[in-house]
Design a protein. Structure first.
Length: 147
């Protein structure tokens, strides 16, 4: 996993989405790093090809383009569901808590990578769905394997 992250993992995680060939695509992070630092990004896109494609999309103004396309109320509900899932996954209550929705924001779009990861896990993220449609997403499997 260190090769996919580009660094040693700073917290516990689980691979939750894999390509059909078994390679990890998305991990779910615990809401806190090992040292207690809040981790607002619950779902992290680790697939290098998808990460690079989304980075290109962002560099071409994708965040602003999708903000104009997506329904604000649907996006707000997506942020609320994400925050609720992260709260449900929280095991540390003795330290500061992460907040916000997808990508740590409460409104709008901050990170297309985070939205695509959320969509791949849950199948319901209007921004992630748009991103997946633009870049194309390979066959995948969803699982709950702890690494």
């Amino acid at each position: 996993m260190q090769a996919l992250l580009g660094r040693p993992p700073a917290g516990r995680f689980a691979v939750v989405v894999r390509r059909i060939d078994g390679r990890p695509m998305v991990i779910e992070n615990e809401p806190h790093l090992r040292d207690g630092t809040p981790m607002p990004t619950l779902y992290w896109l680790v697939d290098r090809d998808l990460h690079d494609a989304v980075s290109r999309l962002e560099s071409e103004g994708g965040v602003h383009r999708f903000e104009e396309m997506v329904d604000e109320e649907e996006l707000r509900r997506t942020h609320d569901r994400y925050e609720l899932r992260r709260r449900e996954a929280t095991v540390r209550h003795d330290v500061a808590q992460p907040s916000g929705g997808v990508g740590g924001t409460r409104v709008g779009i901050k990170c297309l990578h985070a939205h695509l990861a959320n969509y791949l896990v849950n199948g319901s993220d209007p921004v992630g769905e748009l991103v997946a449609g633009v870049i194309g997403v390979p066959l995948l499997t969803i699982e709950d394997v702890r690494d």
